[in-house]
Design a binder for this molecule. Structure first.
Ligand code: PGA
Length: 255
């Protein structure tokens, strides 16, 4: 039984002041949704304040990126141990990082290993572009991202992974893959590739999320699919009511 998991990826939104207000709005509702893992991923400047605001609750905190090196001359970067001071999770290889900042399967792999080395749980993102989707390359791209991004990981680490399948054409566009389409890619390609790398037993324990225009109104249908264990939420995670509704939909799958 995989515990449902919902993470809010705030992207480059909210000053520290705005972030504190959003967390204050989220806290009462989120605290009552106890049966799932719910995680906030705000921008770096807000991590310290939010970690204090959620201290003593079961709400998790994640960063949106980090470097793989321990320290050194990497201007503008954040080291794994710095993330670990405040967070339990880190998003790795989001399509915006791959698309705008040149991240590759190789850097994803380094970052995933670096995350586990300091005790962080990576939320690893995979997914195809519209062009790749229309050219019938979805399966090949997603499989490559899973196999290469997670290369040489120990099975004991692999079972702690969280993977997010996000078709890039569905991110922030209002278009979602249908629940059935997402289930098919997640079951066959994502979980299938995990089984190829780590064996079926480990693959069965790994939580796989769907991401891309998930909202309060479509979350329950998406999360009802047997291989979809929750969501990585962008736009809708910036509104307390919407995010809580999505978390409730994930908890509703346990009934
Ligand atoms: P969206 O973003 O929910 O705004 O489509 C999802 C993501 O990029 O993680």
């Amino acid at each position: 039984m995989r515990k449902p998991f919902v993470a809010g990826n705030w992207k480059m939104n909210k000053t520290v002041e705005q972030a504190s207000l959003l967390v204050a709005d989220l806290l009462p509702g989120l605290q009552t949704i106890e049966k799932i893992d719910r995680v906030l991923c705000p921008p770096f400047p807000s991590l310290m304040v939010i970690s204090q605001m959620i201290a003593g609750t079961a709400i998790g905190l994640g960063a949106q990126n980090m470097h793989w090196e321990d320290s050194g001359a990497y201007t503008g970067e954040t080291a794994p141990a710095m993330v670990k001071e405040f967070c339990e999770y880190v998003i790795i290889g989001h399509s915006e990082r791959r698309g705008y900042f040149g991240e590759t399967d190789e850097t994803v792999n380094k970052k995933v290993k670096a995350a586990f080395a300091v005790g962080l749980t990576p939320i690893v993102c995979v997914g195809e572009t519209l062009e790749e989707n229309e050219a019938g390359k979805t399966a090949a791209i997603v499989k490559r991202e899973v196999l290469e991004g997670l290369k040489e990981l120990a099975s004991s680490d692999a079972q702690k992974l969280v993977i997010a399948y996000e078709p890039i054409w569905a991110i922030g566009t209002g278009k979602t893959a249908s629940a059935e389409q997402a289930e098919e890619i997640i079951a066959k390609i994502v979980r299938g590739s995990l089984a190829e790398s780590f064996g079926a037993e480990v693959a069965d324990t790994i939580r796989i999320l769907y991401g891309g225009s998930v909202k309060g109104s479509n979350a329950a249908e998406i999360f009802s699919m047997p291989n979809i264990d929750g969501g990585l939420i962008g736009g809708a995670s910036l509104k307390a009511d919407d995010f809580i509704k999505i978390c409730q939909a994930a908890e509703g799958t346990l009934e």
